[in-house]
Design a protein around this ligand. Structure first.
Ligand code: NAD
Ligand code: UD1
Length: 302
């Protein structure tokens, strides 16, 4: 197959690219390198890299020629960044998705997989989160993910484009860039601990996240293009585990064999208190389940 991976130079995208190449597929990466890096991508005869912005429709159209599968990962992935710039981020996180869907429809793409997010459950108090729950959008990021999912569903129903939305919970693993304060918390904490620095916890540290290792997320993406029964659907992708940040830091300190206390600062605006998934739907319809628990994943990462 020929696959387009938007955001392929980023953390999750680059692992999908690696898997597709290993499986013998041809890959086109579209990335503007705003948070992704060229060094995340291998030199490979079946890989072409296009530097461009998904908010430019002409660029998107050029990349779509002859594509069978689209893995749409490009986005402003940081919730606080979208809080600071709701209009700018929406041009990428929603309009960019619409550009990709429309170009995919015109080019008769076989499957379109969208990187959605647990962020759209917001502070809906019921736990664990089920796909049937009503979204509560607490950030521009969540609004754009919800609108993008809605567009994916509409493209399936109206135009017959086969779309699958994967609602990732908190993904971690190698190549997650720790360099910005907006990076994923595990990449920041491991980076701090390996440099003997004190991590900061925003809030009381009792907020919870459902962390999932990146290779499990890659596997979910492969299922999303190969399993017949999942077209037009959206799925929680997580480990079905509720981990507090205090517990996360304690586990990391044990693995690094250090003793330290975090610095505590005010909770972030738009931050969700608890995030924890029910993954029965993915187990049943997507034929997917996670294989790496937190301790194993953190050990591999370290
Ligand atoms: P990332 O920042 O490492 O990757 C995003 C990639 O998109 C980067 O390579 C970046 O350069 C590229 N990009 C950004 N804006 C672009 C634009 N306008 N045009 C072209 N390329 C652009 O982030 P990630 O963690 O790998 O996230 C990948 C996707 O998964 C995102 O859609 C994100 O919202 C979603 N997601 C991530 C998580 C997580 O825990 N990491 C959880 C839920 C959903
Ligand atoms: C993350 C993803 C987002 C995804 C969502 C799905 C990133 C950057 N964000 O958002 O794309 O849609 O999961 O669930 O990958 N924190 C600290 N100290 C730090 C950094 C963070 O205490 O140094 C806290 C945050 O306030 C938050 C938790 O850790 O409570 C997780 O933060 P973060 O890793 O940024 O992820 P989410 O905001 O959950």
């Amino acid at each position: 197959m020929k696959a387009l991976v938007t955001g392929g130079a980023g953390f999750i995208g680059s692992h999908i690219v690696e898997r597709l190449l290993n499986d013998g597929h041809e890959v086109v990466v579209l990335d503007d390198f705003s948070t992704g890096h060229r060094h995340n991508l291998p030199e490979h005869s079946s890989l072409s890299i296009i530097e461009g912005d998904i908010s430019n429709y002409d660029t998107v159209k050029q990349c779509m020629s002859g594509i069978d599968w689209v893995f749409h990962k490009a986005a402003v992935a940081s919730v606080p960044r979208t809080v600071n710039d709701p209009v700018g981020s929406s041009l990428i996180n929603y309009l960019g998705t619409l550009h990709l869907l429309e170009a995919a429809r015109q080019n008769k793409v076989k499957r379109f997989v969208f990187a959605s997010s647990a962020a759209l459950y917001g502070d809906e108090p019921t736990l664990p989160k089920l796909e049937t729950m009503c979204p509560v959008t607490l950030s521009p990021y969540a609004v754009d993910k919800l609108a993008s999912e809605s567009a994916c569903g509409m493209y399936s129903r109206l135009y017959g484009l086969e779309t699958v939305c994967l609602r990732y919970f908190n993904v971690y693993g190698p190549r997650q860039d720790p360099s910005s304060p907006y990076s994923g918390v595990i990449s920041i904490f491991t980076n701090k601990l390996s440099h003997n620095e004190i991590p900061t916890i925003y809030g009381d540290g009792e907020q919870t996240r459902d962390f999932v290792f990146v290779s499990d997320v890659v596997e979910a993406n492969m299922k999303a293009v190969t399993e017949k029964a999942c077209s037009g659907q959206f799925f929680n992708i997580a480990c079905a585990n509720k981990i507090s940040l205090n517990h996360l830091l304690k586990t990391l300190c044990e693995l690094y064999e250090v003793e330290l206390n975090a610095r505590y600062e005010e909770a972030r605006q738009g931050d969700i208190k608890h995030s924890y998934a029910n993954i029965d739907k993915a187990r049943t319809l997507l034929n997917w389940s996670p294989s790496i628990d937190l301790k194993e994943g953190l050990s591999r990462l370290i």
